[in-house]
Design a protein around this ligand. Structure first.
Ligand SMILES: [Zn+2]
Length: 492
C-alpha cells in the first residue's frame, strides 16, 4: 500500500483562499507545473527560495509514493521589461547591452540556473520545456482564442480582450481583483497602444524591424506574449486540466490570472485545481535590490564572498535556513539567522551519528509511531516544514535521552526511528550530511599524505623500487603525485 493512501494532505489553494483536501485528478498521479526563470540574469536568492518551496512539495509527493510529473519551464522569449506588454524583451535588451546573441544570453543564464539549483541539491523537474521550443503550440492557442472572439488583431499584434472575456467569465478570479477597479485605476496609454482596453494583454507581438527574436505566424513575423507560453506548455504536458500550478507570489497577477483567462477562452474550463504561491525573501529586513546593494547571490553564501556574511556556509545550511520558514511566509535572510541555522543543522546531523550508538531493549518507553505521524501531519498540513523541523528536534531530544539510557526502544522501533529521521532529513527536506562528506575527504587526504611520507622515506633510503611503486599504484587508481619545490602534492 503506498504511503499516500494513509496520509491526508491539505494544501492552501490561492484560488479559494482556503486550505483544501488534496485529491489528485488521477489516483496515485500528480501533475504539477511551476513557472520557471526568465533567463536574462543570474538567479537570485529569492528565486532559489521559490523553487525550493516546490522542490519540497515535489520531494514529499514522491516520498509518499505518488508518480509526479513536474514541469518547470524556462522563459527564453517574450518577457517584457515592465512585466506587461510594453518596453523591450528582457532577453533582447540584455543581448543588446552585452553585444551577444539572445540565445547566448539564454544559454549563459540557463547554465547558471542549473548549476545553482544543483549546488543546493534540487531534484531536476520531469520536463523543462522552453518558450522558444513551443512557438507552434502557442500560435495554435492564439488561433483558438481569436476564433472564440476574445482575441483580436491590431497592427500585426494579437491582444486578449479582457472586457469581452469578463462578460462570461471572471477576470480577477485568482487575484481577487475587480475589472471595473482595474480599468478605473489604469492610466490610458495616450493612444500609443493598439489595445482596446488598457488591461488587455498581448498574445502575439509584431516584431519591429530591429527585433532579432522573431517567428512567422498567420499575423506576420513576431513573438509570443509572456503569459501564453505557460498555458501552452502546462497543457501540452499535463493536459487541459491538471492538479497543481505554482510560482512566486508576484506571478499571481497578471501572469497567472492571464493563464486562467487564456485556458478558459480556449477550452471553456479552468485549467488548474490547486494554485500555490510561494512568498518572498527579504535581506536584513529590506527588499533585495541590486541598485541599493542590498543583494546577495546564492553562490556567495557558499563562497562567503559578500560583505553581509561573516563566513561561507554549506548549501545544506542555506537550505535548512530557508526551510525553517513556511513557504507562504516572508523569510528574512541575515548573517545572524543563517549562523543560528547552522547550529541547528549541526545538532541534527550529530544526532544521526548518536542514533547509531544506541543499544536496543526488550521494550520501548517512547511512542515512535506517534512521533513519526506528527512529522507527517506537519507536512500534510500545507507542507509545514518549520513544524516538521520542530518535531525533528524532538527527535534529537529522544536520541539524547536514549543514549543516556533514560528511555529505551526495541530493535524494531529503533529501526523505524532511524529510518524516519533519515527519510525526512534527506529525502523530504533534501539536506545532505556535509559533515560526513567532509570527513570522507579528510580521511582520503590523510591516507594519501601518509603514503607520500612513506614514499619520501623510501627515497631517502634509496629504495626507489618502493617509491616508484607507491607513485605508480596511486596513479593507477587515479591519484597523481606532483613533486615540486614545496614538497609533494596530489590531485585526484
Ligand atoms: Zn508562467
Amino acid at each position: 500500500m503506498p504511503l499516500y493512501s494513509t496520509q491526508n494532505i491539505k494544501l492552501y489553494n490561492s484560488l479559494s483562499g482556503e486550505k483544501e483536501n488534496f485529491t489528485p485528478i488521477h489516483e496515485g498521479n500528480v501533475g504539477m507545473y511551476v513557472c520557471g526563470p526568465t533567463v536574462y540574469s543570474n538567479v537570485h536568492l529569492g528565486n532559489v527560495r521559490t523553487f525550493m518551496s516546490f522542490d519540497i512539495i515535489f520531494r514529499y509527493l514522491i516520498h509518499l509514493g505518488y508518480k509526479v510529473r513536474y514541469v518547470r519551464n524556462i522563459t527564453d522569449v517574450g518577457h517584457m521589461v515592465d512585466d506587461i506588454d510594453e518596453g523591450e524583451d528582457k532577453i533582447a535588451k540584455k543581448a543588446r547591452l552585452e553585444q551577444l546573441e539572445p540565445m547566448e544570453v539564454v544559454q549563459r543564464y540557463t547554465v547558471d540556473f542549473h548549476q545553482t539549483l544543483k549546488a543546493f541539491n534540487f531534484l531536476p523537474p520531469s520536463i523543462e520545456p522552453t518558450a522558444t521550443g513551443h512557438i507552434i503550440e502557442q500560435i495554435e492557442i492564439i488561433k483558438q482564442i481569436v476564433a472564440s472572439g476574445i482575441g483580436y488583431e491590431a497592427n500585426g499584434s494579437i491582444y486578449f480582450d479582457v472586457v469581452k472575456y469578463n462578460e462570461n467569465h471572471n477576470y480577477g478570479i485568482l487575484s481577487g481583483r475587480n475589472i471595473e477597479d482595474m480599468l478605473a485605476n489604469t492610466r490610458d496609454l495616450d493612444g500609443q497602444s493598439d489595445k482596446k482596453n488598457p488591461q488587455d494583454f498581448a498574445l502575439w507581438k509584431k516584431a519591429e524591424q530591429q527585433h532579432i527574436m522573431r517567428w512567422p505566424s498567420p499575423w506576420g513575423e513576431g513573438f509570443p506574449g509572456w503569459h501564453l507560453e505557460c498555458t501552452a506548455m502546462s497543457t501540452k504536458y499535463l493536459g487541459n486540466h491538471f492538479d497543481i500550478h505554482g510560482g512566486g507570489m508576484d506571478l499571481k497577477f497578471p501572469h497567472h490570472e492571464c493563464e486562467i483567462a487564456q485556458n478558459e477562452a480556449c477550452t471553456g474550463q479552468t485549467p488548474v485545481n490547486y494554485w500555490m504561491h510561494a512568498n518572498m525573501l527579504t535581506l536584513n529586513g529590506k527588499k533585495m535590490a541590486k541598485s541599493t546593494g542590498n543583494n546577495i547571490l546564492p553562490g556567495e553564501i557558499l563562497s562567503g564572498d559578500n560583505t553581509i556574511l561573516s563566513k561561507p556556509f554549506p548549501a545544506s545550511v542555506a537550505r535548512f535556513f530557508m526551510l525553517q520558514a513556511h513557504y507562504r511566509s516572508i523569510l528574512d535572510f541575515s548573517d545572524d539567522a543563517i549562523v543560528a541555522a547552522e547550529k541547528g543543522y549541526k545538532r541534527l546531523m550529530e544526532a544521526l551519528d548518536t542514533l547509531n550508538q544506541i543499544p536496543t531493549s526488550k521494550t520501548s518507553s517512547l511512542d515512535i509511531a506517534a512521533w513519526k505521524q506528527l512529522c507527517y501531519d506537519a507536512m500534510n498540513d500545507d507542507f509545514n516544514t518549520p513544524i516538521l523541523i520542530a518535531h525533528l528536534f524532538e527527535g534529537v531530544r529522544y536520541t539524547n535521552i536514549l543514549k543516556d539510557g533514560k528511555e529505551t526502544l526495541t530493535e524494531a522501533d529503533l529501526t523505524t526511528f532511524k529510518k524516519a529521521m533519515n527519510d525526512l532529513l534527506f529525502d523530504v527536506l533534501g539536506l545532505e550530511n556535509e559533515k560526513s562528506s567532509n570527513s570522507q575527504n579528510d580521511k582520503l587526504e590523510g591516507t594519501v599524505n601518509l603514503l607520500i611520507e612513506m614514499r619520501n622515506q623510501a627515497r631517502a633510503d634509496k629504495n626507489f623500487a618502493l617509491s616508484d611503486q607507491i607513485r605508480d599504484q596511486l596513479l593507477a587508481i587515479g591519484i597523481q603525485l606532483k613533486d615540486g619545490k614545496e614538497g609533494t602534492s596530489f590531485t585526484i
